[in-house]
Design a protein around this ligand. Structure first.
Ligand code: PEP
Ligand code: MG
Length: 577
């Protein structure tokens, strides 16, 4: 019989498929108190389960590739970190040792205790972080219950299914999405959860808070997930199905309309040409960038090459990767960013650095490169060699002072001589640009003009440093806000100085690819955007709808705004409802 459940749309869209129920593992919490001689073995059992859960997370991370690996990797890392949290782990040990709880009972008690703390929080975003704790503790529980029942982990995917679960960890979602999952109906969860954020970026329709989903929906039931209307329809009728087909037709039309834009120029309604560059790291990004009419590659993050290879990649390996990028872009300019690693990631890239308390404020980006001139020179030589195959620009991350740019230029000149002497082809010496992501560089941008050929604003880092809000710390989500007026003033300043001094300025942080922020960036005077190719058509579409001159008039008010809410209000009429 047709039954309709309501939930909250966390990611829009519709999907029709067979239900696949994943019940919260029936964890028989064992409440019998431990005997004295059972305490230590129980602690060992818990530690082994925690380690295995951590290993599963690492395996999950390794299965992901490309942009997904980057986005989801952060979520998985957050879960791994929770599993290493000394307070959490000591709390569990104490319950076993002092209160004689068994491991499962300790996990349950800890989840309840932390759950109560999160529930008491006013901020809905922070409240939603409870989900992460539940998912992490649930993972350990699942390992323990598997050990006692020998049950295998069952989250293998089958194509054409809609997953019905209480909540779903982001890593699992990414894995299943890659194997044909059509949508998710969560009984719990929140629109702020990591999984919800991920579902939106994967275009995977998702409902959260669909209270009775686990009791009302049966395995294999046909379900119409209508995340446009916040509904899940079990056993849909012919009428429901025809509504679904109408939606499909409309979605396909919209897809075709956007696809047609691939061949169109990027131009505002009042006729101003805007350039869209791609942030690209791998072959598929490059192919997509070309197909969608990118003006070139605005950001190639070379550290991925270092993180992927075991040990440092050789000059030849680097040369081949850079050359392939340049060839792939067929004569369009490619901006190669030199290594941007800090003490937190250098280990994985084959460099052993002293651990730092604050890697984001430590030996990172150009600071690291200049301290390892042999490694840096190999990278510069590889870039110089690739530059004989097409136009290349060199972008230096984490520039704070002009001295750093001058030091890079000296090394580059030395490397050019070496390349020539070793008999390799050498094209024109590439332009050298500074990434503007350190507040001092943005405030003192005039001091960098003489030594820079171009600028690229890295708002992901600029925002974290201006707002003193770690970009990876979810707890600061509401503070890490691209609409903060202090950030906008710095962006406008860099764009203005660039224009007056004839130095091109692009923006390559996540802001550039968010169509809701397109009017803001046009208002601030940006003409060169760099984003993941997957975002280019939507941004081009937005640009075509907007009048730059009108937006430019708004700039003074935006820069005078007293809060991000005021900025949002000023932009309100420019964004679609
Ligand atoms: C930035 O900081 O905005 C940026 C584009 O670089 P990354 O995200 O690699 O730090
Ligand atoms: Mg950065």
């Amino acid at each position: 019989m047709r039954t309709v459940l309501t939930g909250t749309a966390a990611a829009r869209g519709m999907a029709l498929g067979r239900a696949r129920l994943v019940r919260p593992s029936k964890l028989s919490v064992d409440n019998r108190p431990l005997l004295d001689d059972e305490v230590e073995p129980e602690i060992e059992r818990l530690h082994a389960a925690v380690n295995l859960a951590r290993k599963e997370l690492v395996e999950l991370r390794d299965k992901l590739h490309g942009a997904l690996a980057r986005d989801v990797g952060e979520f998985i890392d957050a879960h791994s970190m929770l599993l290493e949290d000394p307070e959490l782990l000591h709390g569990l040990d104490d319950m076993i040792r002092n209160d004689r709880y068994r491991a499962t009972a300790a996990l349950k008690a800890q989840a309840d205790k932390l759950g109560a703390v999160f529930e008491a929080m006013d901020d809905p975003y922070l409240r939603s972080r409870r989900e992460d704790v539940d998912q992490v503790l649930g993972r350990v529980m699942a390992v323990l219950s598997r050990q006692s029942s020998n049950e295998e982990r069952k989250l293998a995917a089958r194509v054409g299914e809609i997953l019905i679960a209480d909540t779903l960890a982001p890593g699992d979602m990414a894995h299943l999405a890659g194997h044909g999952l059509l949508g998710v109906i969560a009984a719990g969860g929140s629109v702020y959860s990591h999984s919800a954020i991920l579902a939106r970026s994967l275009n995977l329709p998702m409902l959260v808070g669909t209270r009775d989903a686990l009791s009302e929906i049966g395995d294999e039931d046909l379900v119409l997930l209508d995340a446009e209307a916040g509904k899940a329809i079990i056993h849909p009728t012919a009428q429901d199905l025809s509504r679904y087909r109408a939606w499909q037709r409309e979605a396909a039309r919209e897809g075709r309309r956007l696809a047609a834009l691939a061949k169109q120029p990027t131009r505002t309604r009042d006729g101003v040409d805007i350039r869209l560059y791609a942030n690209a790291e791998q072959a598929s990004d490059v192919a997509q960038a070309r197909a969608l009419g990118a003006s070139g590659v605005g950001l190639y993050r070379t550290e991925f090459l270092f993180l992927r290879s075991k040990g440092l990649p050789s000059e030849d390996e680097q040369f081949q990767a850079y050359r392939d990028l340049v060839l792939g872009m067929g004569g369009l300019p490619c901006t190669l960013r030199t290594l941007d690693l800090g003490a937190d990631k250098a280990d994985n890239a084959g460099l052993s650095l002293r651990a730092e308390e604050n890697p984001a404020l430590g030996v990172r980006g150009v600071r690291l490169s200049l301290r390892y001139p042999t490694v840096f020179a190999a990278q510069l030589r590889a870039i110089l060699r690739a530059s004989s195959y097409g136009p290349v620009r060199i972008l230096i991350p984490m520039i704070t002072t002009a001295d750093e740019i001058r030091a890079v230029r000296s090394l580059l000149a030395l490397c050019a001589r070496e390349v020539q002497e070793s008999g390799h082809e050498l094209g024109e010496i590439p332009e050298v640009g500074a990434m503007i992501e350190v507040p001092a560089a943005a405030i003192g941008i005039r001091n960098l003009v003489a030594d820079s050929d171009f600028f690229a604003i890295g708002t992901n880092d600029l925002a974290q440093y201006v707002l003193a809000a770690d970009r990876n710390n979810d707890a600061l989500g509401t503070l890490y806000d691209p609409l903060q007026p202090a950030l906008l003033r710095l962006i406008a300043r860099v764009i203005g100085v660039g224009r007056r001094s004839g130095k091109p300025v692009s923006l390559c942080g996540e802001m550039a690819g968010d169509p809701l922020l397109t009017p803001l960036l046009l208002a601030l005077g940006l003409t060169d955007f760099s984003m993941h190719p997957g975002q280019m058509l939507e941004v081009r579409d937005r640009i075509g709808d907007l009048e730059r001159a009108r937006l430019r008039h708004l700039a003074p008010s935006l820069l005078r705004a007293a809060s991000s809410q005021q900025v949002a209000a000023l932009l309100d009429s420019f964004n679609p409802r």
